[in-house]
Design a protein around this ligand. Structure first.
Ligand code: GRF
Length: 217
């Protein structure tokens, strides 16, 4: 599969995907990285990996629909089979990505449907949750609300802060994303009119990243 990654910041999830590609885990090629932030570290990571790094700055477009249209036109030129939102911090217009439904996934740092949107670590702490995690899902018109593919869970410990949660979760996110992309790239997992299917049968609940860092039903 040809994969395009969208990222706004540091790019550690992009880096994890590039490493998975190099190790042969992905059965696919990352053919471009697109960012809405011209200074994003993710673009530097792409350049070092000799992957086309494309910055599209929203300030250069008259409005949101204009930007989103330019973004998906540019992405289409890269001819991807799958688009991965890996820390892409912009809300996209559903009409702009409608042609890509089923080929567009996102990683989100919470156990969705809990805490769509921002500040997920803070919200889990404030709610007194005993468990936190991350989710990979197909993107739909609802913010952070599309069908779930896989999750990773971890306990919230006494004394945890936003930053300790973020720090402990991040390496798990990396594994979760690479393993999820690998299942899609090998065409074992897809979103059909009957929901998310793995190996031809419906996924009633999201896959879980287990202790061995593999996804299980
Ligand atoms: C990750 O926590 C991801 O789940 C969220 O944004 C963060 C991106 O981090 N959507 P990075 O840029 O991949 O390092």
């Amino acid at each position: 599969m040809r994969i395009v990654v969208l990222a706004s910041g540091r790019g550690s999830n992009l880096d994890a995907l590039l490493r998975a590609e190099r190790s042969g885990e992905l059965a696919s090629r990352i053919v471009g990285v697109v960012s809405d932030k011209p200074a994003a570290a993710a673009l530097d990571i792409a350049r070092v990996a000799q992957v086309p790094a494309i910055a599209l700055d929203p300030r250069e477009y008259p409005d949101r629909p204009g930007y989103d249209q330019a973004l998906f036109t540019r992405i289409a030129q890269l001819d991807p089979d799958l688009i991965v939102l890996a820390g892409f911090m912009r809300i996209l217009d559903a009409a702009a990505f409608a042609p890509w439904l089923g080929r567009l996934i996102n990683i989100h740092p919470s156990l969705l449907p809990r805490y769509p949107g921002l500040h997920t670590h803070r919200r889990a702490l404030l709610a007194g949750d005993r468990e936190h995690g991350a989710s990979v899902h197909f993107v739909s018109a609802e913010l952070d609300g599309g069908p779930l593919i896989a999750q990773v869970r971890m306990p919230i410990l006494a004394g945890d802060t936003e930053s300790t949660l973020a720090e402990r979760l991040l390496p798990l996110e990396h594994r979760l994303l690479a393993a999820s992309v690998s299942l899609i790239a090998s065409r074992r997992l897809r979103w059909t009119s009957e929901g998310v299917q793995l190996d031809g049968t419906a996924l009633a609940t999201p896959l879980q990243l287990g202790e061995a860092l593999h996804l299980t039903r």
